[in-house]
Design a protein. Structure first.
Length: 304
């Protein structure tokens, strides 16, 4: 077999025709399913002997013509979500930087306890952290949400940054030492800035997860977007508007999350364009953690 041969032959006319037919059938089935869902939602329904209009009836959406409703949603719900996410993001990145440096230390009595703490934080559900902080430390709902998100995401960001450190070429460290730097100076001034730049797309992607996890604040009584719309406004206006409030909440979450996801993809492409010829980091924090563990196990050079 020649070296130019391929593993799989190009599909023939019958295979292409079968693929086209299956795609058309799947598309039709999807359209039928979406049509059935739309008709079901639009149909009137009985509730307690009263006939209620369908979910698409204008009477279920008229509250959104009131500017005060939007003002309440934006100033209370959206801002509550963003303020918790922004605060936790800054603290999580700072915590991740500290944990990555301590976790990569050569000194065992520093490295081992930090490794245990990181594994504990990664394995602990975020909601349980929020409840523990709220009930035991009595911090209030806002700081319970922020602290739990900071600890969990800071642990993941720290491991991602450590992956960036151990994946750097060994010559970077040797270059810093050859200039007369101490090992810690070389790590802080030469290695860590490169690792942070390499892992920045992963960090931003993890911040998308952090933003979505702010919705867990609903359970601890924090006034974020989900609680403001689905609890406060739904209780005030009644269950008649529950579906419309759900749709508005979903759209607002999608706008925030997809905007941050787009920024992460743009940042990844920009970082990749500046890193031609270098080994690029993995696509998510979990793979970055696995890379750090594998690289750390294979390298025996001092890290601190």
């Amino acid at each position: 077999m020649s070296g130019s041969s391929v593993l799989f032959d190009a599909p023939g006319p019958k295979a292409r025709r079968a693929s086209l037919i299956s795609s058309i059938v799947a598309g039709v089935l999807i359209l039928i399913g979406l049509g059935w869902i739309a008709l079901t939602l639009a149909a009137p329904r009985e509730s307690g002997g009263i006939t209620l209009p369908g979910y698409f009836d204008p009477s279920r959406w008229d509250i959104f013509a009131d500017p005060e409703v939007w003002s309440f949603i934006l100033t209370q719900g959206v801002w509550g979500t963003l303020s918790a996410a922004l605060t936790a993001s800054v603290l999580a990145i700072a915590l991740g930087v500290v944990l990555s440096l301590l976790r990569s230390s050569e000194i065992a009595w520093i490295r081992v306890p930090i490794a245990i703490v990181l594994e504990f934080l990664r394995g602990m559900p975020v909601l349980l952290m929020m409840l523990f902080i709220l009930l035991v430390l009595s911090t209030g709902a806002f700081w319970a949400v922020v602290a739990a998100l900071t600890l969990y995401n800071g642990a993941l960001i720290g491991e991602a940054l450590r992956a960036g450190l151990v994946s750097l070429p060994r010559g970077q460290r040797e270059a810093g030492l050859s200039l007369g730097m101490r090992p810690l100076q070389s790590k802080m001034l030469v290695e860590f800035p490169q690792a942070f730049r390499q892992m920045l797309p992963i960090i931003v992607a993890q911040l998308v997860v952090l933003l979505k996890d702010t919705s867990l604040g609903y359970i601890v009584g924090y006034a974020e977007l989900l609680r403001v719309n689905m609890n406060n406004l739904a209780s005030f206006y009644g269950n008649r508007y529950l579906f419309s409030l759900f749709v508005v909440t979903l759209v607002l979450y999608l706008i925030m999350n997809l905007s941050l996801s787009w920024f992460a993809r743009w940042l990844s492409r920009r970082t990749a364009s500046k890193s031609s010829g270098k080994t690029l980091p993995p696509d998510d924090a979990t793979q970055a953690i696995l890379l750090a563990q594998a690289s750390a196990a294979s390298k025996q050079t001092p890290q601190f």
